[in-house]
Design a protein around this ligand. Sequence first.
Ligand SMILES: NC(=O)c1ccc[n+]([C@@H]2O[C@H](COP(=O)([O-])OP(=O)(O)OC[C@H]3O[C@@H](n4cnc5c(N)ncnc54)[C@H](O)[C@@H]3O)[C@@H](O)[C@H]2O)c1
Length: 281
Amino acid sequence: MNHDSRADALLSGRVAVVTGGGGGIGAATARVFAGQGAHVVIVDVDAGLAAGTVDEIAAAGGSAVAVVSDVRDADAVDDLARSVLDRYGRADVLVNNVGHWLRHPGNFVDTDPEFWAELYRINLHHVLLVTRAFLPAMVARRAGAIVNVSSVEGLRGYPEDPVYAAFKAAVIQFTRSLAVQVGGHGVRVNAIAPDVTESLQVPYSQWLSAEEQAQWPQWVPVGRMGVPEDQADVILFLASDLSAFVTGHTIPTDGGTGAAGGWFRSTRRPDREWTNRPIAP
Ligand SMILES: NC(=O)c1ccc[n+]([C@@H]2O[C@H](COP(=O)([O-])OP(=O)(O)OC[C@H]3O[C@@H](n4cnc5c(N)ncnc54)[C@H](O)[C@@H]3O)[C@@H](O)[C@H]2O)c1
């Protein structure tokens, strides 16, 4: 998509709040939204990242402000909503993008309630807090689009961390249920479920050796790693009127990994292009 053309901007004049808008998928979303005419409120706990995204948007001729805030904090979220609604009178779009796997915890039985609570706060609790803070104003205007960012791990079994997977699945079910509840009030609620996308928390280009990076075509059906803009373009679709008849859905934004299940392009078997086995035969 050409994000430079403002002639038929998809979010012209709309106020869009993007949590975690300072880095990764959130920053790309903020840039893409601004390129489509939105005024973007970038909410991030990291002041430097938030300011950096605002500067990039301003340099490209777009409109954005930074709000430094921790969305896990209920009082901070109330302040955020009050300041946005006082200043602009509305929020047309809300992207609940913050989320994190935190660390590899080992086996479930070795984890504790404190860790589960940390995962809950960074992956689900703030989605509820921020949505509750902005939803009444959307309902009052009978207009709004909410986009939640779940994960591929909310759709498949995730053996490295079943608790993270449970909260990401909860985001999908919250999306579906709230969409039905508020559909008659002019508000749409959708989600994306990303996979394999370079960002601050999953820096594949640093994690992988050159040899491993050459294996993206074996790993991902579309043949490459995702970049944050791949996610941002789908979020744009769900935030804009292009998806006016879409609500309650989660779009897997995964380059085809979900469709492939456990299938990979095979390099070890000259007679067969595909394998679903981690062994040669
Ligand atoms: N990158 C992927 O491949 C991938 C895969 C599955 C799901 N996701 C989901 O996508 C979303 C974005 O992930 P990303 O990879 O772009 O992450 P990222 O780490 O690159 O960016 C997250 C941003 O959120 C900000 N942030 C963190 N905690 C915050 C808080 N408490 N309050 C406000 N801001 C906060 C960070 O400062 C950062 O700018 C997350 O929900 C993540 O679970 C990403």
